[in-house]
Design a protein. Structure first.
Length: 576
């Protein structure tokens, strides 16, 4: 084999793999990192540390949550993931090399099989597409792989070293969790003893920590839903445990040509697996909602509309984000039907105890000025996280809602929590200075606005009567244009043309020049159904002409698809 490939090929292959991982996460799925970061709240606090290390795998969980907080910066977060997968690959390679140390190496035989060491990292890359799998799992694999290397080294020191697994397995289990089963598998013939030994150890821990046997076997923290370790995750652990054993039976390459062909074939298979296999782990619809949620979180309204223009949203949460973006730009009643609509749930979806959905809906309530409802959704969002973690995003919103409501001591509690973080510390310190300073809050560009928009009286309401709440917001503050747009669109999306007309007449009394396109189209239809002409100037002549063209096509079964972006098409079609 060429000397350059022998010396630098492994390093270049590892670097190329790491760069591919980094670019994949940074360019394709940065919003996934934002989602993972908001599902936890890492605190530099002694009690937080003690709570984590008090259970099996707790130290690994603490380290992984420490790393996840850097997902706030997408380049840092992607670099963290890339370095972890590169480190796992390198450790697997060292395990293979050490396992083959007792055999005649035959020149550079084991450089030939170097690409095999990427297999576990590629598999981990695939399972990370499951949004409920935490970074603790790859970190646990790395910690256990390091313990396996230590065991390999100790086993060469004498017969006593071969039995050091008796000590390493309990230590490894408490540090990294059930990933230590990889060490039990690697012990080879001793596996008949080591595996039952590990299972007995887990059973014993059931008397120490308040977690059932199945939960501990699946890893406390590996997956957000307890007691749910997928087959791919178990298969990764099995592969890492067996590779050091299987490497002894790999065939030797007799000449350079065979070596080059073998390496090229392995690299081709790995590239094919990354290109064709890894993306299948990322459910398109789940990550679509996740991206919309991220864009809402950072208030990137133009980004939401740009995404919706490329592919019309068709899920309740993505439609909700698109409608909110239109409303924030003052275009909801103008362009709502340029995008897919399926009822009023596209404005404010019904409450669903799902962390993927609650924050987005809560953001809509917050922008409308329903501060108390936004606060409730922030609480519910944290409660909906399956592994009972706090949420950085929710805690920040709780601090904001209590600040706006004048609940300063409650706001102080949340802000002091955020002071113990890396990325929210400065914001918390600045916000703490606002507590009790009524003038500064009222002049604040965000919190002052929220105080002007919010309802002064708290009351219970039904999700079926959102339009009445929008009416309350608008009557209290006629400048709440967001509530005005939602008030008009709620009955329109419910195909209730009579209620829409009542609301529209009320709006025209206070905003006589407010006549967006979708509303004019609905007005034209309403008057046509009454067999009347709309008052002069209420509907533009071109809208009336287009309505006549639409009705002619509608009655004659003509090309009504040409009018898909109109209120008429939505109101008269059979689409629900």
């Amino acid at each position: 084999m060429n000397r350059f490939i022998q010396q630098y090929g492994p390093l270049l292959l590892t670097l190329l793999f790491g760069i591919s991982v980094l670019l994949f996460w940074r360019l394709c799925y940065p919003f996934a990192m934002s989602y993972q970061e908001q599902c936890q709240l890492f605190l530099f606090d002694s009690q937080y540390f003690l709570d984590r290390v008090a259970v099996p795998g707790g130290l690994t969980r603490y380290v992984s949550e420490f790393l996840v907080q850097f997902y706030n910066n997408f380049w840092l977060g992607a670099t963290v993931i890339a370095l972890l997968l590169m480190l796992l690959q390198w450790l697997v390679w060292r395990l293979m090399r050490q396992a083959a140390g007792d055999l005649p190496a035959g020149g550079h035989t084991f450089c030939v099989w170097y690409p095999l060491s990427f297999l576990p990292s590629v598999m981990v890359w695939y399972v990370m597409g499951d949004e409920n799998m935490t970074l603790m799992f790859p970190v646990a694999l790395i910690v256990t792989a390091a313990l396996m290397l230590l065991y390999q080294w100790l086993s060469r020191k004498g017969r006593w070293g071969r039995w050091m697994w008796l000590i390493l397995i309990p230590i490894g289990y408490w540090i990294a969790g059930p990933a230590v089963l990889m060490l039990a598998v690697m012990t080879g013939m001793l596996m008949l003893i080591a595996v039952p030994y590990t299972l007995l150890l887990v059973a014993f821990c059931c008397f120490i920590v308040p977690y059932a046997f199945d939960v501990q076997m699946c890893g406390i923290g590996y997956y957000r839903n307890f007691a749910m370790m997928g087959v791919p995750m178990a298969l990764i652990m099995l592969v890492i445990g067996l590779l050091p054993l299987l490497v002894r039976w790999l065939p030797k390459m007799k000449n350079d040509r065979q070596q080059l062909v073998t390496v090229a074939a392995q690299v081709a298979v790995l590239v094919l697996a990354v290109v064709a296999f890894v993306p299948r782990g990322f459910d398109a619809r789940t990550y679509e909602v996740m991206e919309y949620d991220y864009l809402v979180r950072v208030n990137n309204w133009d980004g939401i509309l740009a995404k919706a223009d490329k592919k019309s949203p068709d899920l309740p949460m993505s439609v909700c984000a698109t409608n909110l973006a239109l409303a924030m730009k003052g275009e909801l009643c103008e362009r709502a039907f340029d995008y897919f609509q399926h009822g009023a749930e596209g404005l404010l979806p019904p409450f669903d105890r799902n962390f993927n959905a609650i924050p987005l809906t809560g953001e809509a309530y917050w922008q409308l000025g329903m501060v108390n409802t936004a606060q409730r959704f922030a609480f519910e969002a944290m409660e909906a996280i399956p592994n009972y973690c706090k949420s950085s995003r929710s805690v920040k919103r709780l601090a904001e809602t209590n600040l706006v409501n004048g609940q300063y001591e409650v706001a102080r509690k949340y802000l002091q929590m955020l002071e113990k973080t890396v990325f929210y510390r400065r914001w918390a310190q600045r916000t703490l200075q606002l507590l009790g300073n009524e003038q500064a809050i009222n002049q604040h560009p965000l919190y002052g606005r929220q105080r002007q928009l919010r309802l002064k009286d708290d009351f219970m309401f039904s999700e079926r009567e959102i339009d009445k709440i929008m009416g309350q917001l608008l009557m209290q503050n006629p400048q709440n244009t967001l509530a005005m747009q939602y008030l008009l669109m709620f009955p329109l999306l419910n195909r209730d043309i009579n209620t829409f007309m009542n609301y529209m007449m009320y709006i025209l009394q206070h905003h006589p020049n407010y006549r967006p396109r979708a509303c004019q189209e609905a007005i034209a239809l309403a008057y046509a159904q009454r067999r009347q002409q709309p008052p002069q100037g209420l509907v533009a002549p071109q809208v009336l002409q287009r309505y006549n063209d639409f009705m002619q096509a509608y009655r004659n079964h003509g090309p009504v698809e040409l009018y898909r972006n109109t209120a008429w098409y939505y109101l008269l079609s059979n689409e629900k």
